[in-house]
Write a protein of this length. Structure first.
Length: 576
């Protein structure tokens, strides 16, 4: 049967199991939006306040479910407004398909109104992208885009469609709805080869097991690949059988239960003393789905310098990229762990784990006090967890509040921590919270934001109110760009250049202007009352939570220093 390109887009999305798309319409993409109107019973469209919010919502949808998130935008500025969200997904290996439409083909390359070479713009920040030149190519391209986004190491894919392609007609042959995406379905042989996941030989698995069994002070460094590969249960089984402490990257904070005796929480610049010292004192670092970010390694030449490093990752490009290894396994991390665990000897490393647990008790003293006229961020995170429960999804922006959340929120369930890691995107969290809530309408979603980040995307309060999304937003309000101010205090002679936010908005009044209940909290007691009231309401809320402007994120490894050179306490000189 012959149908239009716009209809093909809708049919292919339904084939791929897409139930929700996020976006913002415009002239070039009107044909697709017309079909969305006609097919509203099959695909729900969420209209955000800005295209960037839509891109982050698609990202949050994908991170919380493991499915592909879908975002749509028109040509020119509509497409370029997606760039930050696409780059965020790319850095954190999130499967997102972005569909943009461009000016008609005869107008391409002529500086036409709202024309942009969006495939050229996004080439460095997509796993792959397409310009669809004819309607006959459209169905195959969309199907391939979903395969590419999910296969191997996931990532964002962009499809750009000139407007007349969405109007032209072509024969369309449906495939089974929800058919699993496979790299074998890709026609391009070179691309298919790149997407094919390696499978280690038995001898390689056996050699890895032998190395692990012979270690005396091993450490597991778990990364976001554990979450992406749905290998949380295998990680736990592996760690428990071999009695190995687990350090987590930011992207893996929800991959291993925080209350587990082997959990050392986060490693790196703002990691725990236990994680940083255990990596330093170990004789084997077993790296699972992590890429040795500079925020983890700091001075790479001194990272676990007395230890052997063994890496398991699905992406061969990550092996020996940032840190030299003594060996590696390349492939699906869940399948590799399933093959490895039976070969691992059951151990009792009480002496080693005892040292780790003693390090875990060493916490900066600033987190033991309750200020009179502000809120201790540690207590704030702990109360949110206690009141909201372990099934709650937490999203964050980027900055001090993000680090406090990673340091103190006791995550126990996979995929419940949604944050921007690699790109460090201020403005990410509110859109991501919308995506999580739309994907999982019965879930509880709490967005922990900094006042600096939240002002970048607070326009999405309109989206939250319009769709009646019961998201609770906690604005950790220290009246500053806290992370940057902290560096200015420690390393720039207290020259606080452009980091003091002593001007609006009033967050409570802003929330109320959008029809959302606002609360103000200057102490922990006030915060508890406000948060309990927000929970009881079952509706969206914004809580303005006052934190001292000079509250620090400790421990802290100064840039370029080895991770064992942690600032645990601040001198009087630092604070004056």
């Amino acid at each position: 049967m012959k149908i239009s390109g716009a209809q093909i887009v809708i049919e292919c999305l339904v084939e791929q199991g897409v139930d929700t798309v996020f976006g913002y319409p415009g002239g070039a993409i009107l044909n697709i939006y017309d079909e969305l109107y006609k097919n509203s019973s099959r695909i729900r469209h969420i209209l955000t306040a800005h295209e960037q919010g839509a891109s982050h919502a698609a990202d949050g949808y994908a991170r919380s479910t493991g499915k592909v998130g879908v975002v749509m935008a028109t040509s020119g500025p509509g497409a370029t407004n997606l760039v930050t969200g696409i780059a965020t997904a790319y850095m954190d290996s999130v499967p997102v398909v972005a569909i943009t439409c461009n000016v008609p083909t005869p107008l391409l390359g002529k500086d036409s109104f709202q024309e942009i070479d969006i495939t050229g713009v996004t080439m460095p920040i997509t796993k792959h992208n397409f310009m669809v030149r004819s309607v006959e190519e459209l169905a195959r391209t969309i199907r391939e885009a979903f395969v590419i986004a999910k296969s191997g190491r996931p990532g964002p894919v962009l499809i750009d469609i000139p407007k007349e392609v969405t109007a032209n007609q072509a024969e369309f042959t449906p495939i089974s709805t929800g058919a699993p995406a496979k790299a074998s379905g890709i026609e391009d042989e070179s691309l298919r080869r790149i997407l094919t996941v390696a499978t280690p030989q038995d001898a390689e698995i056996e050699a890895a097991a032998s190395l692990i069994n012979s270690a005396e002070r091993p450490v597991i460094y778990a990364g976001g690949g554990i979450v992406i590969g749905q290998a949380e249960a295998e990680l736990r089984a592996f760690a428990e059988k071999a009695d190995i402490p687990v350090a987590q990257s930011l992207m893996a904070r929800a991959a291993f239960p925080s209350d587990h005796r082997l959990c050392m929480w986060m490693v790196g610049m703002h990691g725990t003393k236990a994680s940083n010292m255990a990596v330093t004192e170990s004789d084997l670092v077993i790296t699972l789905g992590a890429r040795f970010s500079d925020r983890v390694t700091s001075d790479a030449s001194k990272f676990a310098s007395g230890s052997r490093i063994f890496q398991i990752d699905i992406d061969p490009a990550e092996i020996n990229k940032n840190i030299a290894t003594c060996g590696a396994l390349v492939g699906d991390i869940k399948q590799i762990l399933l093959r490895l665990i039976p070969l691992i000897e059951k151990k009792n490393r009480s002496e080693w784990t005892g040292r780790v647990q003693s390090w875990m008790k060493e916490v900066p003293s600033c987190y033991s006090r309750e200020p009179k006229n502000s809120i201790n961020p540690k207590f704030l995170c702990e109360y949110i967890s206690k009141a909201a429960g372990e099934d709650t999804f937490i999203t964050t922006e980027v900055g001090q509040h993000q680090m406090w959340t990673a340091q103190f929120y006791p995550f126990t369930k996979p995929r419940t921590f949604i944050t921007s890691g690699g790109l460090g995107t201020m403005g990410f969290g509110t859109g991501a919270a919308i995506g999580v809530q739309c994907a999982l309408p019965q879930a509880r979603v709490v967005h922990i934001a900094g006042d600096g980040s939240f002002r970048m995307n607070c326009n999405e309060l309109a989206t939250i109110q319009h769709y009646k999304l019961p998201i609770i937003i906690v604005v950790v309000n220290n009246g500053a760009l806290g992370n940057v101010r902290m560096w200015q205090r420690l390393f720039y002679g207290k020259r606080f250049s452009q980091t003091t936010l002593d001007f609006g908005p009033d967050w409570v009044k802003l929330a109320e202007a959008y029809g959302i209940k606002g609360y103000r909290a200057g102490t922990l007691s006030e915060f508890k009352k406000a948060f309990d009231a927000a929970l009881a309401s079952g509706a969206a809320a914004v809580i303005d939570a006052k934190v001292d402007i000079d509250e620090m994120v400790l421990p802290m490894v100064p840039g370029g220093k080895p991770i064992y050179s942690m600032i645990m306490e601040l001198s009087t000189e630092m604070m004056d």
